[in-house]
Write a protein that binds this ligand. Structure first.
Ligand SMILES: NC(=O)c1ccc[n+]([C@@H]2O[C@H](COP(=O)([O-])OP(=O)(O)OC[C@H]3O[C@@H](n4cnc5c(N)ncnc54)[C@H](O)[C@@H]3O)[C@@H](O)[C@H]2O)c1
Length: 231
């Protein structure tokens, strides 16, 4: 929601998407109350037909699609032995295949327009190994390299494709860890800036990568992690 809110503040028309209708509706109401031109579409990013529907509805409403943010993701923490095949399929189909399906669907429109920005949200778990997070690390690492590859394919089409690698950010995903005082202390101790990131920290990175100011940036991994991977 922080990314959508900041995009709206910067003047973008925003389509917010996810699988839970009540959350989408609440987000759209909030965005509209703040003066944004916003819409919502229920979509599972791992299902190509739903992704097609989301993109068609967005273009029908706004007339074009300039920016895609692939932010949907799930985390399941397991090592390679304890992980199940079902869990692997879930994480890989949302965190990795979802990025590809949304990009595949949006890219032809951007190519026709002659301009576009795609921002994928991976993780520092895609840059280094995080014990007990086997397929999350695998999927996020693949998103980072898929980003580099797609950036090359569409560079001469004037489409910039970059990836943000967040560190620990205070969201629903990290709530279970951050509510555990010991775990929170551990994150604070291992983060050089000594604090947990806010969703807006990622949002401002996405605003930059969506803006004309980043027109010479593509295939880049923007690490926003309080210095975590600098150690
Ligand atoms: N919070 C962190 O510390 C952190 C760190 C690194 C990377 N990330 C990444 O940031 C992104 C956003 O995560 P978050 O922290 O806001 O977590 P979150 O759980 O609050 O948000 C994830 C969102 O993805 C949506 N989603 C899940 N499966 C989906 C599907 N199949 N189709 C469509 N939407 C789906 C959820 O509905 C939810 O809105 C994720 O890709 C996550 O992996 C988060």
């Amino acid at each position: 929601m922080a990314i959508a809110t900041l995009f709206a503040k910067e003047g973008a028309k925003v389509c917010i998407s996810g699988r839970r209708q009540e959350i989408i509706e609440k987000a759209v109401v909030e965005l509209r109350q703040s003066g944004a031109d916003a819409m919502g579409v229920n979509c599972d990013v791992s299902e190509i037909e739903q992704v097609n529907g989301m993109v068609e509805k967005t273009i029908a409403q706004f007339g074009k699609l300039d920016i895609l943010v692939n932010n949907a993701g799930v985390y399941i923490g397991h090592d390679a032995v304890s992980a199940t095949e079902e869990e692997w399929d879930k994480v890989v189909s949302i965190d990795l295949k979802g990025v590809w399906l949304c990009s595949k669907t949006v890219l032809p429109h951007m190519i026709t327009q002659g301009k576009g920005k795609i921002i994928n949200v991976a993780s520092i778990a895609g840059l280094v190994g995080f014990a007990g997070s086997a397929f999350y690390c695998a999927a996020k690492g693949a998103v980072i390299n898929l980003t580099r590859e797609m950036a090359l394919d569409y560079a001469l089409k004037n489409i910039n494709i970059n990836v943000i690698a967040p560190g620990v950010i205070d969201t629903d995903m990290t709530k279970p860890f951050l509510e555990d005082e010991q775990a929170k202390k551990g994150f604070l101790a291992t983060t050089p800036l000594g604090k947990i990131g806010k969703p807006e920290d990622i949002g401002w990175g996405a605003v930059y990568l969506a803006s004309d100011e980043s027109d010479f940036v593509t295939g880049h991994t923007l690490v926003i992690d309080g210095g975590w991977v600098a150690k």
